[in-house]
Ligand binder design. Sequence first.
Ligand SMILES: [Zn+2]
Length: 289
Amino acid sequence: MEKLKMETWPSGITTISGGNRTTIKLSRPWQKDIEMNPKTCPFCTRKQKVLDEYKNDKGEKWQLIQNLYTPFPYHKMVIPRLCGEENKWPKEEIRRLGGIARIKKALQIASIELNSQDALNRFIQLQIHVGPYAGQTIGHLHYHFLEQVPQPKPLATLMNLGIYAVENPASEIFESDNWTINVGGERAGQCYIIPKEKPVDFDTTAIEEMANLIASLIHIYEKSFTSEQGLAPDYMIVIRFMERKICYGTYVPILNQWGGTEYMGLTEGTSIVLPWPHEETAKYIKGGK
Ligand SMILES: [Zn+2]
């Protein structure tokens, strides 16, 4: 029997993995596809509180809107104006966030907002949920741009992520000019997006690099982790900003379901159990699967 591996993440939460359970499983009979109906979609049919409107190169309308149903004082959303296949948003495109050009458009809008007066001195994060198990309740693609309360400790997290990347070089699955992508965290398959040196300005160059990086990450997981039932993983991506710079990010695919041990991990502070070790995910991806 292989040894159990226990790891502590920046949150302070620990995971254990290993024992006689190390095999990656691709059967996800519980996963559901994204459902979308422009005729009943709240973003397409209801009047939104539109804060700003943009167009991409292909003339597609994008909007920054106010989220009207939120516990947070600051919570906006970035959305394409319309969804549905007739508007070139079939489900497969939503799973890919529409590809590099559309990811870039969403990040550009986020960057304009990040530099606005309203966002000044806020601890903002950009969140995207894809698929029902990743918390996507409305099929129409939408990015959340919000300030969570109470305020987090992004610097401590960043420092811990930096240490993790240095101490676990085998966890790196790819890199770009300014970022390394390392498998790790509370969920199987999770990755951290870690700056090589320091947080970077959210400018045109960073938007380009981040859009490419996100598209690559989605592509890698689609290639490696499409289920036996034929669905690419549900996932969320969160990007943390600090003082108007991109600080770090995380990609969280939903490759297994959480049960009693995982929720007790949160309730009692015991370890969350990973269905297979992170090092198996890294090996599997780097093996070209
Ligand atoms: Zn819609």
